[in-house]
Structures are given as structure tokens and as C-alpha cells.
Ligand binder design. Structure first.
Ligand code: MBD
Ligand code: FE
Length: 314
């Protein structure tokens, strides 16, 4: 056991060591990487010093990172520790500084998008009809340009979970077909999109996984409210990444991923009368959600906030 209050961070030896290990005195490599590594390793050395992190604690953390990676949960711990929402807060602040309004707020993408979903015009059926607890949902809306005009041919990508909270391609039971409840709809001549699907359930982190293990240490749960993800892409506008929450879910305002925002909580209206059921071409009582979206314009002709991250391409 080392003596308490032993502080070496500010010594010349440690500061020189940080410069050395970050490659700052080497010719080759990437300057940006050197800058970031120097800062992060410095902050962690300082944390070890300040909090008297023990060797046992340090090596537990190394084992934890290995487990996080081998379980493919780095992208799950990230929103759980608020990094995804923090990046949104920074984009919001950048917009505010530029005087840019986002009538439809952005919110986090999450780790479960898959590129390559089936495409259609105006309308799509999203679910394959096999979820035994599925309650029919009709979800529709209009995409508006920044100046308030309906936008035909906007690309609306929608993805969501089934009634167990599982997503296709990531379903631990392997029960779902590829692209179940993942569709790309191009808006019709009136700028409208419309899908028939089922109401999703909320998501819960894998209970035995490393993300949930850490959340347990923090005294936190790992649940998300029922939600539906969107990417919206259209000419002359910035790509919008957002989600809607189904109103009334117990986790709507207690999301472990901090994605809920004002303007993104949408009522699911129940319809039971025969005429309405017939008019919507469904075979029984159903829920309806309406979500209109207004995009923000390009900044000096470019999308200054588009996010390029590794994504599964199935
Ligand atoms: C999800 O479905 C999700 O959207 C996020 C952000 C994290 C975990 C699961
Ligand atoms: Fe999700």
C-alpha cells in the first residue's frame, strides 16, 4: 500500500514522461492523436494521483475494458455515461452561437442503427407480423423545409425495437429477420411519410453485461423508454438524427441514455371504432402517432454537424 497523499503528477519527471509516451518528440505519427493522448493520459495519471487509485482498482479497469470490447458494449456504455448527449449539447451550443434554430430537436443516434434497410415511397410496412404481442401502430407525419414548406422526396430512415425491446441484427434470441422494423421511406408529393408497424417496448441493457455491471456500481438502472429512431436527409438541409418517445412510458423522463427532449414525446392515440379501423386498412384496434419534422438549413452550403461513425452495413 502506497502512502496516502503521495502526489507526483506535477514533478518534472512525470511531465517529461507524458511528453515522451505521447510521441510528442517523435517525427512521425498523427499530431492530433498525440495531442489527444497526451491530454487523456495526463488526466488519468492525475486522477490516479489525486484519488490514490490502487493497483487493484487500475487492473480491474483494464479487465473491464477488455470485457466491454469483447461484448461489443463500448457503444452502449457511451450513452449510459452521457457522452452521446454531451455531444448533442455541444452541437446545440454551436447552433445557438450561430443563431440556428432547430424546430425539431436532435437527439442521440444510439448504437443500433443498421445501414441498408428496404426503401419505399410514401409508405412502408415495417414489422413482419410475427411478434405475438405486437400492437399495430400507424406512424406518420410531414417533413418541412427550414422555410416551412412540405418536402417531397425527403429520405426518412426509421428503426425501432420489438415488444421485448430487441432490435433486428442485435437480437440475442436471433428470432428476428434482418431489417425487421427498419425502413427507409421517401416522402410523397405532399412531403408525407407513413408506416404501419407495432408499438415498441423500452430497451434494457443486457443484465449480465459490463455496461449494466458499471451502472449497478453507480446505483443506476439501464432502461430506456419505448422510442423510435429517425434519420432525415433532404436536399439543402442538414441531416437530422432524432428519436421520439412514446408518451406515458415509466422511463420517458428517466432514460439511462438521456435522449428524451421536449418536443420529442409523442402521444400514442388508441383507435377502437370500426370506421376508423377500416379507413386505416388495419385489422383491429391500433395506435396512431403523428410526428412532423422541420429540418435546419445547410450552413454556408455544408452540413456542419453530420456525424460519420462506424455503422453496421448489412
Ligand atoms: C438503444 O435502443 C438506444 O437507442 C440507445 C441509445 C442505447 C441502447 C439501446
Ligand atoms: Fe434505440
Amino acid at each position: 500500500m502506497l502512502a496516502k497523499n503521495l502526489k507526483i503528477f506535477d514533478t518534472e519527471a512525470v511531465q517529461n514522461f507524458l511528453t515522451l509516451l505521447s510521441g510528442l518528440e517523435q517525427e512521425g505519427g498523427n499530431p492530433r492523436t498525440k495531442q489527444i493522448i497526451h491530454r487523456i493520459v495526463s488526466d488519468l495519471f492525475k486522477t490516479i494521483d489525486d484519488l490514490d487509485i490502487t493497483s487493484d482498482e487500475y487492473w480491474a479497469a483494464v479487465a473491464y475494458l477488455n470485457e466491454l470490447g469483447s461484448n461489443h458494449e463500448a457503444g452502449l456504455l457511451s450513452p449510459g455515461l452521457g457522452f452521446d448527449h454531451f455531444l448533442d449539447m455541444r452541437m446545440d451550443a454551436a447552433d445557438e452561437a450561430l443563431g440556428i434554430d432547430n424546430p425539431t430537436p436532435r437527439t442521440i443516434e444510439g448504437p443500433l442503427y443498421v445501414a441498408g434497410a428496404p426503401e419505399s415511397k410514401g409508405y412502408a410496412r415495417m414489422d413482419d407480423g410475427t411478434d405475438p404481442n405486437g400492437h399495430t401502430l400507424i406512424l406518420h407525419g410531414t417533413i418541412y423545409s427550414a422555410d416551412g414548406q412540405p418536402m417531397p422526396n425527403a429520405k426518412v430512415e426509421i428503426w425501432h425495437a420489438d415488444t421485448r425491446g430487441f432490435y433486428s441484427h442485435f437480437d440475442p434470441t436471433g428470432r428476428q429477420q434482418p431489417f425487421n422494423m427498419r425502413r427507409t421511406i421517401f416522402t410523397d408529393d405532399q412531403g408525407q411519410y407513413r408506416v404501419q408497424t407495432i408499438l415498441p417496448s423500452g430497451y434494457g441493457c443486457p443484465p449480465e453485461g459490463p455496461t449494466q455491471q458499471l451502472l449497478n456500481q453507480l446505483g443506476r438502472h439501464g432502461n430506456r423508454p419505448a422510442h423510435i429512431h429517425y434519420f432525415v436527409t433532404a436536399d439543402g438541409h442538414r441531416k437530422l438524427t432524432t428519436q421520439i418517445n412514446v408518451a406515458g412510458d415509466p422511463y420517458t423522463y428517466d432514460d439511462f441514455a438521456y435522449a428524451t427532449r421536449e418536443g420529442l414525446v409523442v402521444d400514442a392515440i388508441e383507435h377502437t371504432d370500426e370506421a376508423t379501423i377500416k379507413a386505416h386498412g388495419v385489422d383491429g384496434p391500433f395506435a396512431e402517432m403523428v410526428f412532423d419534422i422541420t429540418l435546419s438549413p445547410l450552413v454556408d452550403g455544408v452540413d456542419n454537424q453530420v456525424v460519420d461513425r462506424p455503422r453496421l452495413q448489412a
